[in-house]
Write a protein that binds this ligand. Sequence first.
Ligand SMILES: [Cu+2]
Length: 118
Amino acid sequence: MPRRALAFISVTVLAFALSACAPASKPPLVPSATGADPVVTVQVVDNRYEPSEVQIEAGQAVRWVFQGVMEHDVVAEDGSFVSELVTTGEYVHVFEEAGVFAYDCSIHPEMTGTVVVR
Ligand SMILES: [Cu+2]
């Protein structure tokens, strides 16, 4: 097989592999809460949330601190909190109601976390 054909196939396979990882549709961004005083901090590293589960009381806030070399975000399954894709900075969300809120990273599906609000 000619080298050019091989290169074309490689690029095609790579493009497919990358598109397979891309989020189908990310919900609209929810701005980081200002003036909140978070009671817990979740470190966002490559490629996990540390800790992956936190428990708070209704009305309290969670802070995510982005520390990865790669970009990550925080996307609630129900769209109630959605951060930008970043490598640094932080994101804060106030949880007004009790419940179990699952979230993940839009480009790394293996990164999952849960906020339990009592
Ligand atoms: Cu990620």
